[in-house]
Ligand binder design. Sequence first.
Ligand code: AQP
Length: 342
Amino acid sequence: MSENTTPTTQTERKKRVFSGIQPTGVFTLGNYIGAIRNWDKLQADYDCLYSIVNLHAITVRQDPQALKKNTLSSYALILACGIDPQKSIAFIQSHVPTHSQLAWVLNCYTQFGELSRMTQFKDKSAKYADNINAGLFTYPSLMAADILLYGTDLVPVGADQKQHLELARDIANRFNGIYGNVFTVPDGIIPKSNEGARVMSLQDPTKKMSKSDTNTKSFVSILDEPNTIIKKFKGAVTDSEASVHYGEGKDGINNLMGIYSALTSKTFDEIEDEFRGKGYGDFKVAVGEVVCEELKPIQDRYKELMTDKAYLEKCYREGAEKAEAISHRIMNKVNKKVGFID
Ligand code: AQP
């Protein structure tokens, strides 16, 4: 997958960016570093759509009250992380019915074998063995619909979503191969590994950090209090070598170095120099401190936004209207191509 992030000149149409996040809990540091932090940066040069993807969230059983609450707080969180509803279109997925409509059509152009190979499906069906529903299986076709519905050029995601993005490209190419140029084939924007493409669990650094992990010590939530953050980093699983350097078999330290590097822009060599002769204890506290510093303004803004529900509602309603209006162009084209009467 190429990473074509050259912005367009002023006379051309700005390239379009789409990304989404599930309201399955408070966002983790992984969601922030791997995805949302980059959403903010793209707003200046691109035409961006960002969505709270609650249709995706129900592929795993959700408590309805908790889902409602998490959807609103996730929306407030993306604004707190810098998404400006005047610059970008920020909306809730279920408010724009064309997502489900296109997903159904794309399901019919996606192969069983392709979906069976998705590692997220394998992981989640092992984790939720009592609820391996069809939605969990066809999650990537809905994700393809989210992206293709807007003629998206670029999709900023963490490395864990790369496989789904490649499938979206395959589906677009297949559909275009049959019906002509309907969909734009999107490129991914995936951070480099030292920029937090895949932030790992603090308790099992061979697994990615996830907001739905039942072990709360395994992730840092972006709303965690500073003392909780420091405590979680102090308790992070590392090796017994006690020397801060990047290397094989040092998944825990590699992960902490990745986080520190992503937030300070220091290279791994610089980090090794900074902590030469110091123990893991000092390093863990230093990582915790930069994380607290990064999250403080977001937490303050989030608290402020949550006191103004009317403002949030105005933003997500307007966002949905704008998104739906754009989506009709491609949805109508698809309907016509497959032979649905207007
Ligand atoms: N650990 C991670 N490191 C880097 N990026 C990550 N992302 C998720 N986890 C990491 C990126 O965050 C964006 C939103 O993810 P999502 O909520 O839509 O789904 P997910 O990838 O399944 O995230 P979680 O936190 O693991 O959610 P649950 O626990 O509900 O499954 C995506 O761009 C993703 O790459």
